[in-house]
Ligand binder design. Sequence first.
Ligand code: AFP
Length: 317
Amino acid sequence: MTAAKEAGTTPFQIDLRRYLRELDENRDLTRLICEIADASKYIVNSIRTGDLGVAGTSNLYGEDQLALDVLSDRIIRKRLLHSGVVARVASEEISEIITISPDSRGKYSVAYDPLDGSSLVDVNLAVGTIVSIYEGDNLLQPGRNQVAALYILYGPRTTMMLSTGNGVHEFAMNQLMEYNLVQENLKLDPKGSIYSPGGQRNKYTPGTEKFVSHLEAKGSKLRYSGGLVPDINQILVKGKGVFLYPHLQDNPNGKLRVLYELNPMAYLVEQAGGAASTGKQRILDLQPQGIEDRAPVFIGCKEDVALAEKFIAEEAK
Ligand code: AFP
């Protein structure tokens, strides 16, 4: 039975904290997730009204940081610092892992992208916060060891997609800026009918080109916003589709970051019955070498991802 049904209420009446309590989640993990949820209230406000300019600094990838990137990072980091349950953090906006508590017993480590897709804020498209959570202090371990992952999508509505390893559940921010359950246990169909292709098409390798041509030939609809969070959210909520940011002829690792983007998204999509692959191996089995690692990705409905892997294996022959 679902937590919503056990409580004898409609899903809309269950808030995030209560939902996690009813799922019998660890109290410290619940605290951590709720701290991130609280931080997102301030990020929403910054996105709505904040400075759209550059901060004059760059991140570990050498990309210009926007004032909003820096502010969102500070908002989340401060919450994690004072939560009392965090050992280490890594942010896409800072160049090293920060130790918050040297004693990691019973604590969590968090990798996060505070404002993914921030270059879309000036054109008023949707952006998001992505979070990956591990027990202990090791952030350089395979993503299959995550104990929770979530993203928050700042679109026309603010929603959160969360998994603590028991399915993936959607919450929406209400007028009091609290998250209430919208739907539990989202599931992906085996095959999708939308596709989100990242990277320049004329740089695709033959296997990826064949995969995308196949999707087009079967009538899949193109849905690509330039923001990973809204693109993955569309696939999860509609229950069908595949997102790719593949290896390119001049860039074997694609663009997206393993710790901050791929692992948490792969965890959520697998929890919904989907798959996430580099084209050659499961994303969640990658052993990160450093916080800056990138990898190609094919993520979404299981059969679509398997087909991409098949075409990519054939290109190697
Ligand atoms: P920014 O954070 O630099 O805007 O990048 C967003 C992102 O990492 C991810 O959210 C998108 O899926 C991807 O980049 C889009 O990349 P392209 O601009 O190359 O399509």
